[in-house]
Design a binder for this molecule. Structure first.
Ligand code: ATP
Ligand code: ZN
Length: 292
C-alpha cells in the first residue's frame, strides 16, 4: 500500500461523496479554508492553511483516524460507534442528524422490542444492533447487508431491519414502522489518539474555535431597526441579545437605530413583539462568524 503520510500537514478525513460531503466542505470553507479542485482529487491541499483533505468513503474514516493516517475527520457518530475505534470525539456538529432504529412490517406481529425474539434482522450496523438486543436480553439472528437494508423484509431475507432513519419516509415507503431507537447520531469531528506535533495541536484548537464561531453565527441573525427613543426600555426587554444592543441617534428627532444579535430560533417571535413595541424598518442580516 502506498504510504500517504509523507509530510507534516494536518490531514483531515472527509467523506468523498455522500450526505456529509457538501456540509463538511462548506463548514471548512466557512471557517476560512480555501481548496482547489476537491471534486477531482482524493488528496487536496489547502491553499491558506497547512492542511490537506483526504476524501474517502465514510466507513473508512474512523479507522484512518485511529491509525493516524488522518489526524482528524468528519464522520457520523453512527460509523465511529459501530467500528468501536479508539479515537477522541472533539465535537458534535449538528448536521447529518439521524438515528439507528429497528423497524418491522407495519401490519406484522412485531410491535415492541421483546417481539424481536428469534427474528431475523437485516442491518449494516451489526455491532450496535447486537449490543442493543443483548442489553434487552432479546435473542436475534443478524444478517449483515452493506446496503438496501430497507427492502430485506419484502424480499423475505429478514423479518425486520435495523437501519438509519432521518425523516422516516424511506421506512414508510417500504411498509415499515419504527419500533425503537438504538443510537442517536450526528456528524462528529474526531481526532486521532496517536501523538500529534505541537503545531498540529494548535491548528486543531484553532479549527475548533472557528467552528464554534461559525456555528454560533449560523444560529444567529444581526438585526437593525428604527424606534422612538421612549420605546428603548421595552425593546431591550424583548431582545434576548448576547450583549447590550447598540443604540445610535437618528437625524429625525427622538428616533434611534438599534442594532443587535438574536438567536434565529427566537427571531420571528421577537420580530412581532418589536413591531408592537414601536420598532419599524426591521432588517435581518446573516452573520458569517461570531467570536464571543
Ligand atoms: P459512502 O460511499 O461514503 O460509504 P454511504 O452511502 O455510507 O456513503 P451516506 O448515505 O452518504 O453514506 O450517509 C453518510 C452519513 O450520513 C451516515 O453515516 C449518517 O451519519 C448520515 N445520515 C443522515 N441521515 C441519514 C439517513 N437518512 N440515511 C443514512 N445516513 C444518514
Ligand atoms: Zn458508508
Amino acid at each position: 500500500m502506498r504510504t500517504l503520510n509523507s509530510d507534516t500537514s494536518l490531514r483531515i478525513a472527509v467523506q468523498k461523496s455522500g450526505r456529509l460531503t457538501d456540509k463538511t466542505l462548506n463548514l471548512l470553507e466557512g471557517i476560512g479554508m480555501r481548496f482547489d479542485d476537491y471534486k477531482r482529487s482524493m488528496l487536496v491541499k489547502c491553499r491558506n492553511f497547512d492542511v490537506e483533505l483526504l476524501l474517502i468513503r465514510d466507513d473508512d474514516i474512523p479507522e484512518y483516524v485511529e491509525d493516524g493516517v488522518c489526524d482528524i475527520g468528519f464522520v457520523g457518530g453512527n460509523v465511529t460507534a459501530e467500528d468501536q475505534v479508539n479515537v477522541t470525539v472533539l465535537k458534535g456538529l449538528d448536521y447529518g442528524v439521524c438515528r439507528l432504529s429497528i423497524a418491522a412490517p407495519k401490519n406484522g406481529s412485531i410491535k415492541k422490542v421483546k417481539d424481536f425474539d428469534g427474528k431475523k434482522i437485516a442491518t449494516s450496523y451489526p455491532n450496535l444492533t447486537r449490543s442493543f438486543f443483548e442489553k434487552h436480553e432479546v435473542s436475534v439472528d443478524l444478517i449483515t447487508l452493506s446496503g438496501a437494508v430497507e427492502i430485506a423484509p419484502r424480499l423475505e431475507v429478514s423479518d425486520a431491519i435495523s437501519d438509519l432513519v432521518s425523516s422516516g419516509n424511506t421506512l414508510k415507503a417500504n411498509g415499515l414502522v419504527e419500533i425503537a431507537t438504538i443510537y442517536e447520531s450526528e456528524t462528529e469531528l474526531i481526532q486521532t489518539n496517536k501523538p500529534l506535533s505541537e503545531g498540529k495541536k494548535k491548528l486543531i484548537e484553532k479549527i475548533l474555535l472557528r467552528i464554534e464561531g461559525y456555528q454560533k453565527a449560523e444560529r444567529s441573525r444581526y438585526i437593525m431597526m428604527n424606534a422612538p427613543e421612549e420605546a428603548i426600555p421595552k425593546i431591550r426587554n424583548i431582545i434576548p441579545s448576547l450583549k447590550s444592543p447598540t443604540i445610535v441617534p437618528l437625524a429625525d428627532d427622538g428616533m434611534v437605530a438599534i442594532h443587535t444579535v438574536v438567536p434565529i430560533a427566537k427571531f420571528w417571535q421577537v420580530m412581532e413583539q418589536l413591531k408592537e413595541a414601536g420598532a419599524s424598518g426591521i432588517v435581518m442580516l446573516p452573520i458569517e462568524s461570531m467570536i464571543v
